[in-house]
Structures are given as structure tokens and as C-alpha cells.
Ligand binder design. Sequence first.
Ligand code: ADP
Ligand code: 5GP
Length: 210
Amino acid sequence: MSLMVDPFLLLILSSPSGAGKTTLTRKLQDRFPAVRFSVSHTTRKPRPNEVDGKDYHFVTRDQFDELVGRDAFVEWAEVHGNCYGTSRAEIERARSEPGVAGMIFDIDYQGARQIRAKIPDVVSVFILPPSMIELERRLRGRGSESEEILQRRFQAAIDEIEHYGFFDYLVVNDDVETAFKHLEGVVLAERSRRTRRAELAERLLRAGKL
Ligand code: ADP
Ligand code: 5GP
């Protein structure tokens, strides 16, 4: 029997709206159940199927500003006219909980840049659509938004893609299973990074000296 625990990994998953981040995040959670999903705070109104505390912590603008004032966020940004932030408490809770092997952040490039500045060993992945035509088709296929919002999201997608340089990995979501394999590969490779396994190597050396 092995008592080996997977090293703790902080993984940012970002993409232009419609590229498939939600789909791929769900698959990642099924594959790596010990990796927690970070629940952000937002001033956006909940969509019909969203649950407070599970999808987001839904707060008012005043509550959000109060949290910013208390330095409660490790990062926060305005996206599509609403405020979104990742609380420090969310990461600390995951780090202190036994058996939790990391955290996935579904945040935009502004948040990715801020987290990386504070936590340098964070790993960031940007999901790309195979083409802009396919991106538009997927955005329309979701059918949950008005034409005006759709056009705004499409323009915002171009702005997001312009910032691909902030990310460590680019995963193309053409065929979903292939994209998932690449994403899974990133997680497995990053778990084996020397810095994440150094503690074990040092422990083995100490045991060998007894
Ligand atoms: P995001 O979270 O990035 O906005 P979603 O995961 O909600 O994107 O995907 C947007 C739409 O595209 C959804 O209807 C989803 O089922 C579909 N989709 C996701 N990945 C693929 C893919 N590889 N091929 C075809 N359709 C996809
Ligand atoms: P949505 O409103 O569709 O759930 O999310 C809109 C955008 O906000 C997505 O690009 C998502 O990644 C981003 N987002 C969600 N939570 C956070 C967060 O805590 N911080 C930042 N910077 N962006 C976030």
C-alpha cells in the first residue's frame, strides 16, 4: 500500500467564452476528483441553473468593494461589465484540507496575470477554439444569450485571444476528447515537475541516511 499523495497543483484554465472551458473543466473534475474547483465571487446576477456557493458566491457591488477593501482577494477583475474575484480563503481552505491535490481556477487573463505575480508556481492553460467560425457557432449553439450579448462576447473573445502570451500552455479544443487528453497531459506532467517532487526526493534521502 502506498501513502503517496499527489503534489498540490494550482491550475488556471482560461478561454474566450464559448471555446469549451466549462466542458473541459467538468471532464477534468471527473478525472481528478481530488482537485477542487475554485468558487469565485461575482457581482453578476445568477443564471437560471446556477447555484449560490457552488457556481459562484453571488454578491452585491457593495459587498464586493468591501472584500476588495479588506484585501480578501488574491486577484480580481472586471469582465464583461461585472466584477469577479478569487478569495484568498478559497485557496487556503484547499491547501489545508487533507487529500486535496490542487485547485482549478476558471478566470480570465487579467486574473491569471495577477495570480502568477503572487504565486509563481501556478500553471496556466488557455483553451483555443479551432477557428473563429467554430467559436461563433458554439456561442450561438448555447442559445442562452441575446444577439447583442453574443456580439459583445465575440469581440471580447478576440481581446482574450490577444493575451494568449500570459499562459504557459495553449490547448486547442477541436475534438473534445483530444483536447481533454492534452489537458490531462499538462496536469500529469506538472505533477512530475522536479520542484513539486523535491520534497519526496529529500525525504527518501533522509530515510536512506538512518
Ligand atoms: P465556455 O465555458 O468556454 O464558454 P462551453 O464549454 O460552455 O464553453 O462550450 C460552448 C458550447 O460549445 C457548448 O454548447 C458545448 O457543448 C460546445 N462544445 C464544447 N467543446 C466542443 C467541441 N470540442 N466540439 C463541439 N462543440 C463543443
Ligand atoms: P461568466 O460570467 O460567463 O461565468 O464568466 C465570465 C468570465 O469571467 C469568464 O472568462 C471567466 O473565466 C471570468 N471569471 C470568472 N471568475 C473569475 C474570477 O474570480 N476572476 C477573474 N479574473 N475572472 C473570472
